[in-house]
Design a protein around this ligand. Structure first.
Ligand SMILES: C[S@@+](CC[C@H](N)C(=O)[O-])C[C@H]1O[C@@H](n2cnc3c(N)ncnc32)[C@H](O)[C@@H]1O
Length: 278
């Protein structure tokens, strides 16, 4: 059986759309690394991670660390977002394509995308990009057919017009870069917290409700027509262990201080925007 490194090379060879984050030239495989025409060199780890960041700008995030992503994985694995996955996978399956390239932007540790991909009945190649090395290290636990990149949403190491579907699941957004890498008939799927997302927890932490959706929609509308906007709301009974993971899985934990949180219900409320290029 091929190891992760060999699989990574194989996936790149199949459809090489990677470019240098410094000079934007195409990257070619050169032994254990990728190299551009100008000799910028990027090593590929044994687990198949590729560091494609401009190191002059790269700042390690102390918030998005391995512990946060492990809690995220535990919580997400309990299927609180199942109806979101169903909606997205159904849409992708309906695209009527035989094979697609998907880009997961700000992938985190990869479980959301893994669960969406499990429901796909078309062939796909997946590129996962996150700024956090810890996140990308965890993404390599999944899949055989993906490329795992430590990279910046604001400087994507991806060729123009090369992606069929971009998924941005609760992550930062850069419309210029998304439009640049998306094919003319490509789709953007942006998942944003609805006003009631985690409302029971936010209430206990004295935080206002999320109010992101209008800004996100206006940003999307600069480059994309919104084909549909779906709101998914589920209210779950939450056990103590899941609550602990939930608290640890996001920067919300910074508001915790010494507070003891007790809640028995949690609202998972997300808006899914489906967009296509104008
Ligand atoms: C709220 S988390 C969402 C992660 C994942 N999509 C999920 O829902 O589990 C936001 C993610 O965006 C990543 N991120 C933040 N700024 C980024 C940037 N400039 N480029 C790439 N990823 C970034 C963080 O490292 C983090 O993994």
């Amino acid at each position: 059986m091929k190891n992760k490194f060999e699989l990574c090379l194989e996936n790149i060879k199949k459809n090489n759309i990677l470019i240098c984050p410094y000079c934007k030239q195409g990257l070619q495989i050169d032994n254990h690394s990728l190299k551009c025409y100008n000799n910028h060199n990027f090593s590929i780890s044994k687990k198949g991670e590729i560091y494609l960041v401009n190191s002059a700008n790269y700042k390690h995030s102390s918030i998005y660390n391995r512990d946060l992503f492990l809690s995220r994985r535990e919580f997400i694995n309990k299927n609180y977002y199942n109806n979101v996955y169903l909606n997205i996978s159904k849409y992708i399956n309906s695209l009527n394509k035989s094979e697609i390239t998907i880009l997961d932007l700000g992938s985190g540790e990869g479980t959301h995308m893994h669960k969406i991909c499990e429901k796909l009945d078309i062939k796909y190649n997946l590129i996962s990009i996150d700024y956090s090395k810890d996140a990308i290290n965890l993404v390599t636990d999944y899949y055989l057919n993906n490329i795992c990149i430590v990279g910046d949403i604001n400087n994507l190491p991806i060729e123009n017009n090369s992606i069929d579907v971009i998924i941005d699941f609760l992550s930062p957004y850069n419309g210029d870069e998304i439009r640049r890498v998306l094919k003319q008939d490509g789709k953007i799927i942006k998942i944003v917290p609805g006003n009631n997302y985690l409302k029971e927890l936010r209430y206990k932490l004295d935080l206002e409700e999320y109010r992101k959706k209008e800004d996100v929609k206006n940003n999307l509308l600069k480059y994309f027509n919104i084909i549909k906007e779906i709101e998914v709301t589920d209210i779950f009974i939450i056990e103590k262990l899941d609550l602990d993971h939930l608290i640890k899985m996001s920067p919300l934990q910074n508001n915790l201080k010494d507070k003891q949180i007790n809640i028995d219900k949690i609202t998972i409320n997300n808006i899914i925007y489906y967009g296509e290029c104008k």
